[in-house]
Design a binder for this molecule. Structure first.
Ligand code: FAD
Length: 576
């Protein structure tokens, strides 16, 4: 039997695997991933990872930036712990071989980032995620005991009487369905940007882990908080990293005007390197874009309204040295050169602040089940994540979940539970039945597109109660239609249609929780802006949304108080 089964081979999953192996080399660890681990979304992170290192910086300042940036919805005990551990993780990564960019005198280089009032974002040019994931992956290879299930798709958790006993997975290459008994399970399955039509997220980010936990009885937290990044390429949604603005890029409207000066961004203190307004927090920048659009100051394109990101004044040498990937992406996907041309950009769905409810060790309310990384909500991101806090988050909480799951496995050395084989057989029957039976039904792609546009319309940058309420009905109807959809493909090898159907089921579950939580929160906070409730309401909503799956399958939303330690709720001002 596997001691610790990790679902997800991205940054959080691999960091957890190393932690288990280091804790106790006798434990059996397995990592299941629906893609080869190096293809996980972590690989595409560009800008960097925050961790206090400068002599002029303090842990408290990083805490304050994170808490105010999150509009006081972060649990402050989690933030304090996270920020104290983040630099240790980044140094650990250096020891494992991560090539952090350097200052000429050899010190680790840091860059400013949105909503951070000190320079504390470590980076490896603008391919930070690539180097970080590579470093973790090669480190896992040192541990022979880490078993890998590459290109296996987990379809169900085995849970009985409030405890997890393993998972069921399909080998995508052969179609073989296997029950994997385990003493503890860590979900590290990443985010769910694909519930929206326009996103920076990879196609694999379909919220599977959140749905697996939710169906098994674990609650999800703060699902209404969806981050839009202000600068995506208009057609593809490819991210132009915040590092471009950190290096001095400007956002200008159709008149060539730096429009952010007209908005209250809670702007950070302008130091010579912190170039103030373009480095406001992401929620405020994305909201400012919508206002520019209403004022008629954006530019219409076939792919929606845009503003421009202007990097021309940085010069070719600086662009090539500090943000070479931005130039590469613009050339390949937008057919322009940022050294001489303006880059059209518009807000794009980027990150889920919400996720599986966990404690500081990644434990969910189901015994033996842990979650870490973007799929989890501890919570350190509150109502709006600050850029570059997520990479250290997957390291800090990946490690903590790994240690806790290892401990759980060591203290629960029982034989296999009877539920394991019975539930495994059930799942095998369900999956076999799902494969194509030749009958025609609605196409999965059509249902998916309808779901994505429903979400964009109801739970985008600005929301209202009426439209959200309609979306509840539309999603319920979509769920019914999806359950009647038929697959054409009856093959066992690489049946991607079956995978798409399973992913659609996960996304519909998650979409319903996003809309239900957004409808319930009758206030505006961070990334959740209700035009019918424009103010933040601390008396009613200084609380997390906690959503359970009701017996009829619909979401049931409650509230959980936020943990405040040293920073009472205040105005979001970054320049203190
Ligand atoms: C373009 C882009 C740039 C970013 N840049 C930055 C940045 O500069 N700094 C920063 O801090 N953050 C950044 N972020 C956010 C950050 O990269 C992610 O939040 C983080 O990497 C998520 O890591 P993870 O390990 O939680 O998940 P992922 O890296 O997404 O990995 C998820 C894993 O789960 C597996 N999986 C999922 N479902 C299943 C299933 N059903 N069965 C089996 N396996 C499954 C996948 O195969 C994958 O291995 C960026 C995000 C994007 C999209």
């Amino acid at each position: 039997m596997i001691d610790v089964l990790i679902v997800g081979g991205g940054g959080a999953g691999l960091r957890a695997a190393i932690a288990v192996a280091e804790c106790d080399p006798t434990l059996e660890v397995a990592v299941v991933s629906k893609v080869y681990p190096m293809r996980s979304h972590t690989v595409s992170a560009e800008g960097g990872a925050a961790g206090v290192i400068g002599v002029d910086d303090t842990l408290d300042e990083h805490c304050y930036d994170t808490i105010s940036g999150g509009d006081w919805l972060c649990d402050q005990d989690a933030v304090e712990m996270f920020i104290a551990e983040a630099p240790k993780e980044l140094i650990q990564l250096e020891h494992w071989g991560c090539p952090w960019s350097r200052e000429p005198d050899g010190r680790v280089a840091v860059r400013p980032f949105g909503g951070m009032k000190k320079e504390r974002t470590w980076y490896a040019a603008d391919k930070t995620g690539f180097h970080l994931l590579h470093t973790l992956f090669q480190t896992t290879l040192k541990y022979g005991e880490i078993k890998r299930y590459d290109e296996w798709y987990v379809t169900r958790l085995i849970v009985d009487d409030g405890r997890v006993y393993g998972a069921v997975a399909v080998d995508i290459r052969t179609g073989r369905i296997e029950t994997i008994p385990a003493r503890s399970v860590i979900l590290a399955t990443g985010g769910c940007g694909k519930i929206f039509p326009f996103t920076t997220n990879a196609a694999i980010k379909t919220g599977d882990g959140m749905a697996l936990a939710y169906r098994a009885g674990a609650p999800l937290k703060d699902m209404e908080f969806v981050q839009y990044h202000p600068t995506g390429l208009p057609f593809t949604g490819i991210l132009i990293t915040e590092a471009a603005r950190a290096e001095g890029g400007w956002l200008i409207n159709k008149d060539g005007y730096r429009y952010l000066q007209d908005y209250d961004l809670g702007t950070p203190t302008p130091t010579p390197k912190l170039r103030s307004m373009e480095l406001g927090p992401r929620d405020r920048l994305s909201q400012a874009f919508v206002h520019e659009q209403h004022r008629g100051r954006t530019v219409e394109t076939p792919y929606g309204p845009v503003v421009y990101l202007d990097l021309r004044h940085l010069g070719e040498a600086r662009i090539d040295a500090r943000i070479p990937f931005v130039r590469e992406l613009c050339r390949s996907y937008q057919n322009l050169d940022p050294a001489t041309d303006l880059i059209p950009v518009r807000p794009v769905v980027h990150y889920m602040m919400g996720g599986i409810h966990t404690d500081l060790d990644g434990a969910t309310p189901i015994a033996g089940l842990y979650a870490a990384g973007e799929t989890a909500c501890v919570s350190i991101n509150g109502a709006n994540r600050l850029g570059s806090n997520s990479l250290p988050e997957i390291l800090v909480f990946g490690r903590r979940a790994g240690v806790a799951a290892a401990e759980f496995a060591r203290s629960h050395r029982q034989a296999e539970a009877p539920a394991v084989q019975a539930q495994g057989r059930d799942e095998e029957r369900r999956l076999t039945h799902l494969r194509g039976d030749g009958k025609k039904g609605e196409r999965i792609a059509d249902l998916r597109e309808e779901m994505q546009h429903t979400l964009e319309g109801a739970a985008g940058i600005y929301r209202t109660g009426d439209v959200l309420a309609k979306a509840v009905d539309s999603l319920a109807e979509l769920r019914q239609r999806a359950s009647e959809a038929r697959l054409d493909d009856s093959s066992t090898a690489f049946n991607t249609e079956l995978l798409n159907w399973l992913e659609l089921g996960c996304m519909l579950d998650i979409a319903e929780t996003v809309v239900a939580c957004a409808l319930n929160r009758t206030e505006s906070r961070g990334a959740h802006q209700r035009t019918d409730f424009e103010q933040r309401d601390d008396a009613g909503f200084l609380a997390h949304s906690l959503v359970h799956r009701a017996p009829d399958g619909s979401p049931s939303v409650g509230l959980l108080p936020v943990t405040i330690t040293r920073w009472p709720p205040g105005e979001r001002v970054y320049g203190r």
